[in-house]
Design a protein around this ligand. Structure first.
Ligand code: PLP
Length: 377
């Protein structure tokens, strides 16, 4: 292979392509903000919140990033010191970091190996038999990982039985549905990230919290800016986490294309399914009655290094989301309580998962090149 003509690498993700695809509109929106002289919490932010809220079906409050969005949701629900919050170890480390930023204790629950989302059985088990020394679990963060909804019906029912608040981490799932309803509208609060590679991405950091509870929305709106409801009056001890006007303007340009972008992601996923049909690799499982938005298309391969190298040699970039579970990270190892399943499925997944190229601007010719490479596996 090393004597082959060098092939142009198809990246695993390509946020720059989303800029090039809408360059004139993006440039105009950014210039409009720069020339307006108003850079933080102005008209663009207000309009984006209204437009995103209308698209989603829940009141939306912009903030600095998806991690802060989780902190705002937790603090908006009154969760903090002396409380525990359940979530998964198979997630962006941000989910767990946010719980500690809100002064609460993360409790890590295992995943369902088919969907990579929270195991309702392990969640129920950790609530029924709390590990020694762990304070009451007052909230759960369900992560809709890779663009597919978690098992919300089960999670919501278990949470209700134990009087636990539910937050949806939708950082990878803008537009996904669960039994006909959009994720982000199913629980007490929901959080979004607009990091450049997400399904709706800014050209910098951005995030949002959403809720259908007007009082909760007002509280989170105050908390994102020093706890102000009125200028210079802090009704709560807040933080500073605002969505800036430039990013809000960019997101307003990109929002109308989100559904089409998700449709293209599904088209790419279907092509990968077909290409893998003749191989030993099983396509990712889809939860019945739910619409997946394929933030990532993830396969399981036992000899991952070998497969990754073989694809790279054919010009196909891949990624691993995520190679090391949170409870194995140096900063968290051996100090966070876990459910009785001890995150065994999480660890098994981390060793074999591989993410294929996935972004809406991936062209048909490139897609065919990826599929041809997959057929050789
Ligand atoms: C990206 C991501 C976050 C964090 O978002 P940032 O905007 O990077 O802070 C949180 N949770 C999940 C599941 C994510 O993928």
């Amino acid at each position: 292979m090393d004597m082959a003509v060098p092939v142009k690498m198809i990246p695993q993700t390509d946020p720059g392509a989303s800029y090039r695809a809408a360059r004139d509109h993006i440039d105009a929106a950014m210039l409009r903000v720069l020339e307006s002289g108003w850079y933080i919490l102005g008209e663009e932010g207000r309009k984006f919140e209204a437009e995103y809220g209308a698209w989603l079906g829940a009141e939306t409050v912009g903030c600095g990033n998806g991690t802060d969005a989780l902190v705002l949701a937790l603090r908006g629900l009154g969760i903090g010191a002396g409380d525990a919050v359940a979530t998964v170890s198979h997630t962006a480390v941000a989910t767990v970091a946010a719980i500690e930023m809100a002064d609460a204790l993360p409790v890590l629950v295992d995943i369902d190996p088919d969907f990579y989302t929270m195991s309702p059985a392990d969640f129920a088990a950790v609530l029924e038999k709390r590990p020694p020394g762990v304070p009451p679990i007052r909230a759960v963060i369900a992560v809709h990982i890779y663009g597919q909804a978690a098992g919300m019906e089960e999670i919501l029912a278990i949470a209700k039985r134990h009087d636990v608040a539910v937050i949806e981490d939708c950082a990878q799932a803008h537009g996904a549905t669960y039994r006909g309803r959009r994720v982000g509208t199913l629980a007490d609060a929901a959080t979004f990230s607009f990091y450049p590679t997400k399904n709706l991405g800014a050209f910098g950091d951005g995030g949002a919290v959403a809720t259908r509870d007007a009082a909760m929305a007002a509280k989170m709106r105050a908390l994102r800016q020093y706890g102000w409801e009125r200028r210079y009056v802090s009704d709560w001890a807040g933080i500073n986490s605002r969505l800036d006007e430039v990013q809000a303007a960019v997101l307003r340009v990109k929002l109308p294309g989100l559904d089409a972008g998700n449709a293209r992601r599904r088209e790419i996923a279907a092509a990968y399914d077909a290409a893998l049909a003749g191989t030993a690799i099983t396509p990712p499982a889809r939860r019945g009655g739910c619409e997946h938005v394929f933030h990532q298309y993830v396969i399981r391969v036992e000899r991952r290094d070998e497969v990754q190298k073989c694809l790279a040699a054919q010009g196909v970039g891949t990624g691993i989301h995520y190679p090391v579970p949170v409870h194995r990270q140096p900063a968290y190892a051996d100090r966070l309580p876990m459910g009785p399943a001890a995150c065994r499925e999480t660890e098994a997944a981390a060793g074999v998962i591989l993410s294929l190229p996935m972004y809406p601007e991936l062209g048909d010719a490139e897609l065919e090149r990826v599929c041809a490479a997959l057929r050789t596996l």
